[in-house]
Design a protein around this ligand. Structure first.
Ligand SMILES: Cc1cc2nc3c(=O)[nH]c(=O)nc-3n(C[C@H](O)[C@H](O)[C@H](O)COP(=O)(O)OP(=O)(O)OC[C@H]3O[C@@H](n4cnc5c(N)ncnc54)[C@H](O)[C@@H]3O)c2cc1C
Length: 307
């Protein structure tokens, strides 16, 4: 049974979704926002240093978003959206046995961690294999870990872990990391971080927990030592947008991301996308926030001004 018809239904309670909810509330739209994790990925970044005007943790920032969205009347629903369907005049989302209907929809479901797909990864998930340094780093106090990846996120994970762990390896398949210069400099300065370039992981080894990481040269050279003795492996090789619920929708995609125009309109009328799931060029909390705001404005124009 549908729990009520809203002007606007927002999927995802991260920066993009909650920013949209704040603006939608101020526009006087009856708004429901559904998500399984308040704050989304920003919560797990520890201190967020590049959100202008905010000094503190990502979680504190997201708590302010939530408070503001609630103050402007957004109805929060905690849960996983299992299914989405087109309704006569809008969209119906299923959360378990409950259904919610919105005349317009903003999807802001973000993305999920990309997996290595190597032997041992699934077996040792939660037993030494992690996808979130700030969530799990403390389990590795004084231990030896390896971060896989060469992005800014990988650099930040290594920096974070270097404060907790005895030694942090970074294994990257190319010969130069792609991290922001400020973070790369920190990586280089930390005495307990070692970067192993031109390598790719081929197997995670262990018994009841991770004990090692087997590497292979990505440029065809023979490695002097192909197995690192590590207690933990942190996988930081990017993410893929969450779009499964749109199967059956004629939603145009590019490289797995939802194609949006300047204001977040998608190829489906009344459906907007914001944040990490959309094909915007820069995936950050501040840009996700702005995307959410633009999408809320576009949804308002659609609902009230028929634009
Ligand atoms: C390691 C790392 C470090 C980063 N560091 C920074 C940084 O320092 N500064 C910065 O600005 N950005 C940083 N980012 C990027 C930033 O975290 C993201 O760009 C931002 O969180 C995107 O917001 P979003 O709202 O689009 O998605 P998300 O924050 O991912 O929110 C999506 C929400 O949707 C929910 N959801 C997903 N599927 C469902 C479903 N089926 N049903 C219900 N809910 C669902 C999720 O639980 C989540 O709450 C970092 C990212 C990573 C990976």
């Amino acid at each position: 049974m549908v729990k009520g018809i809203y002007d606007l239904m927002i999927l995802g309670t991260g920066a993009a979704g909650m920013a949209a909810a704040i603006y939608a509330g101020r526009y006087g739209l009856k708004t429901v926002i559904i998500g399984k994790m308040l704050g989304g990925a920003t919560n797990y970044r520890g201190p967020i240093e590049n959100y202008p005007g905010h000094i503190g943790t990502g979680q504190a920032l997201m708590e302010t978003f939530e408070k503001q969205a609630k103050e402007f009347g957004a109805v929060f629903v905690a849960g996983n959206v299992d299914k989405l369907a087109k309704a006569k005049s809008g969209f119906i989302a299923s959360v378990g046995d409950k259904k919610y209907e919105g005349k317009a929809l903003i999807t802001a479901l973000g993305s999920e961690h990309r997996k290595l797909g190597i032997q041992g990864e699934a077996e040792f998930a939660g037993k030494g294999v992690s996808y979130c340094a700030t969530c799990d780093g403390n389990f590795f106090k004084g231990k030896i870990v390896s971060v896989i990846g060469g992005s800014d996120a990988a650099a930040k994970a290594a920096i974070y872990l270097s404060d907790i762990c005895k030694k942090v390896y970074i294994s990257y398949r190319k010969e130069k990391m792609r991290a922001e210069p400020i973070n790369l400099q920190k990586v280089v300065e930390r005495k307990n971080i070692e970067i192993i370039y031109n390598t790719k992981p081929v197997e995670i080894i262990g018994d009841t927990k991770v004990t090692g990481l087997k590497l292979e040269s990505s440029v065809g050279k023979k490695l002097a030592n192909d197995t690192l003795a590590v207690d933990g492996v942190f996988v930081e090789i990017g993410s893929t947008p969450i779009i499964e619920i749109f199967k059956g929708f004629d939603l145009k995609m590019e490289g797995g991301y939802i194609i949006v125009d300047k204001v977040g309109r998608t190829s489906v009328k009344g459906l907007y996308a914001a944040g990490d799931a959309a094909n915007n060029p820069f995936k950050q909390t501040i840009t996700a926030t702005a995307d959410g705001v633009l999408a809320a404005k576009a949804a308002y124009d659609f609902l009230k001004l028929d634009k």
